[in-house]
Write a protein that binds this ligand. Structure first.
Ligand code: PMP
Length: 379
């Protein structure tokens, strides 16, 4: 360790010493299937509309943006009515630079020193990182061995035991891909009377037919928060716009912790214009779902054990050594994600060509990298 590094460690907040930062590799490879982005570019019509709208904004950049992002909130409400069939007022909606920021606002407002948050591992790795870096103690709740499922009774019992200030549920869950049994949400709300219950629905638009959204419960549960993002199905990860829906009082509390003017004028504008073109922006979702189902099918045929997915990615097991497979795929120009689960990797469903490139590479590796061909699909 250099002197400067040692000095920084000494000066750093003690609970941050020795930690490593979130770091999904950003590599320049032909087939990038590691961060669950939408592989399709923003359609030309939307590019044009965004550029036109931005032109009006630029001269006004001498002024701070609308702190309450009023027009964007209305656009998000209109989108949710259209996409999910749920009606919300702008006062029930909050947004940030990605849903990561929105999640950090929740933790700043409802967590903090002396408080705990509960999540069910494996789940989205940023939930514990956001909590712990903001001084909230993280509790790793358990899922079922093997299937990574979460039953209402088990979730409720763990929530009751720990009496947390925040509970994180993810549906569909990342990295497992599957949606949560809907009853888990009500069970956790009942079992954790002192908690804000967050349902992270980053991948909701990819869910299989019949999957219910927690949005339908917001009206009756003032402690429920549903987070969503434009980064995934909406093909707008670089636009950095995440949002949540909750009771107006919860949303109002988030104003205590956000930094003033956190959403820049261009961010508000590009997100609003993209939302006005929701049909076009979501135009690739069905094609991506087809590639996802193809991944599940063909990985099973190769002898892997993919989990059923409601997202735009698939977690698959059966690998002898996931790190060796990750490197071998990368050597072949395909970047997937090692999510830290032994014998498993996660792959995003891309364009048909990207998916084919991954499957081709995997087929070549299968004889030596897959433990034993079972052809099972874990549910
Ligand atoms: N929630 C989940 C479950 C995710 O997988 C991600 C991104 N991978 C996010 C939230 C955050 O996404 P963003 O900040 O881009 O909205």
């Amino acid at each position: 360790m250099t002197d400067a590094a040692g000095e920084v460690q000494r000066l750093l907040r003690p609970d941050l010493r020795g930690r490593t930062a979130y770091g999904a590799p950003q590599l320049d490879v032909p087939v990038c299937l590691n961060t669950n982005e939408n592989s399709y570019p923003v359609p030309d019509v939307v590019v044009k509309a965004i550029l036109d709208a931005l032109e009006d904004d630029i001269a006004g950049l001498n002024r701070y943006p609308d702190r309450e992002f009023t027009r964007l909130r209305s656009a998000l409400a209109a989108y949710l009515e259209k996409q999910a069939g749920e009606v919300f007022t702008p006062e029930q909606i909050w947004a940030g630079n990605g849903s990561n920021e929105v999640l950090s606002h929740i933790v700043q407002a409802f967590g903090g020193f002396g408080r705990t948050a509960l999540g069910f591992t494996p789940s989205y790795s940023m939930h514990p990182i956001i909590c712990e870096t903001l001084g909230t103690r993280w509790i790793d709740g358990a899922r079922e061995q093997g299937t990574f499922g979460l039953a209402p009774d088990s979730a409720a019992q763990q929530a009751a035991t720990h009496d947390p200030s925040i509970v994180f549920l993810s549906s569909p869950n990342n990295p497992t891909g599957t949606a949560l049994p809907f009853d888990v949400i009500g069970a956790v709300l009942g079992a954790a009377p002192n908690a804000v219950v967050v349902v992270d629905e980053a991948y909701a638009e990819f869910a299989r037919p019949g999957t219910r959204s927690a949005l339908s419960l917001v009206a009756e549960h003032p402690r429920l928060v549903v987070t969503r993002t434009m980064s995934k199905a909406f093909a707008f990860a670089g636009g950095r716009l995440g949002y949540l829906v909750a009771a107006p009082e919860v949303v109002d509390a988030l104003r205590l912790v956000r930094l003033p003017y956190h959403l820049s004028t261009p961010t508000q504008t590009i997100a609003r214009v993209a939302l006005e073109h929701a049909d076009l922006m979501l135009g690739t979702v069905e094609a991506i779902k087809e590639q996802r189902d193809r991944l599940v099918r063909e990985l099973a045929e190769l002898g892997g054990t993919p989990l059923e997915s409601d997202s735009n990615f698939v977690l698959f097991g059966g690998l002898r050594d996931e790190k060796a497979t990750w490197q071998a795929l990368l050597d072949d120009g395909v970047l997937v994600r090692d999510v830290g689960i032994p014998h498993h990797l996660r792959v995003t469903a891309g364009t048909p060509e990207e998916t084919a490139a991954f499957l081709r590479a995997m087929a070549a590796l299968a004889p030596t990298h897959l433990a034993q061909p079972t052809g099972d699909v874990a549910s």
